[in-house]
Design a protein. Structure first.
Length: 264
């Protein structure tokens, strides 16, 4: 009896695995449909050619979070928890595979070259650029990923080189107010007593709100104590580096950021 149960369980697991296998369509009609769906739901974040922007760079032969077609379709359908990538619950399984098939064509897009020196850029990141004051990250040291000391008032930059395109990173360095991540959109709170605090939202429920100011200090308020709340989407605590760094230094810093690897 026990042996029969184990055989049945193995068969069911094998059947479930077979059900999860995905074969992406390749017909011109499917790719055309996938392109149309991509442009309607994905283009704003990932760019017209998958070059990235607010969303990850998809113009790569190997995607860090989607090593195979099954994982790519799953991400399209369910999103990535804890990130800005939502699930496309409105798509059918066939439509999700059509979008994935179209995304795979981005691997043939020629990547833009980065001309700077990553080693020099790393020194700028930790020195003249002052990036560690606001940003933390983990870097690869041999086979290990080690945390590099840094601040908390800006986004963690671990893996930023595969999560953002070269064009996006350059724009973020030159005009940071244009590329503010949703989680770091500036909020200005004013209490009935006249206290004013500006920072980005950490937590909010029906009764309370918690923000972190540009210096990294947390402030908690009861909503009943607030007179005004203003969201400033184009405000960034990060300075523009167009005047702080030379053109060559910008290229070096950009090369370093592009070199930062994803952690899995």
């Amino acid at each position: 009896m026990r042996k029969g149960f184990l055989v049945l369980a193995a068969c069911l697991l094998s059947f479930a695995a077979e059900q999860e296998k995905v074969t992406l369509p390749t017909s011109p009609a499917d790719l055309e449909r996938g392109e149309k769906l991509y442009k309607g739901s994905c283009l704003f974040c990932h760019g017209p050619a998958g070059e990235g922007g607010k969303g990850a760079n998809l113009a790569r032969a190997k995607l860090t979070r989607a090593a195979n077609d099954e994982e790519l379709v799953k991400i399209i359908e369910q999103g990535i928890p804890g990130t800005e990538m939502p699930g496309a619950w409105h798509l059918t399984r066939k439509e999700a595979t059509q979008v994935a098939a179209f995304m795979r064509t981005f691997a043939r897009v020629e990547a833009k070259a980065v001309t700077g020196n990553a080693g020099t850029g790393k020194a700028l990141y930790h020195g003249k650029g002052g990036c560690t004051a606001c940003h933390s990250l983990r870097e690869k040291a041999g086979e290990e990923m080690v945390r590099v000391a840094g601040g908390l008032s800006g986004p963690d930059l671990t893996g930023i080189g595969v999560r953002r395109s070269v064009a996006y990173l350059r724009e973020a360095l030159l005009n940071p107010g244009v590329t503010v991540p949703d989680a770091y959109v500036s909020v200005r709170l004013t209490t009935h007593s006249g206290q004013a605090v500006t920072g980005h939202l950490l937590f909010e429920d029906t009764f309370d709100i918690l923000i972190r100011d540009d210096a990294g200090k947390n402030h908690s308020f009861s909503k009943s104590a607030l007179r005004e709340r203003v969201t400033e989407r184009n405000r960034s605590a990060m300075p523009g580096y167009g005047e702080r760094l030379t053109g060559a230094e910008l290229d070096d810093l950009l090369a370093y950021l592009v070199s930062l690897e994803e952690v899995r």
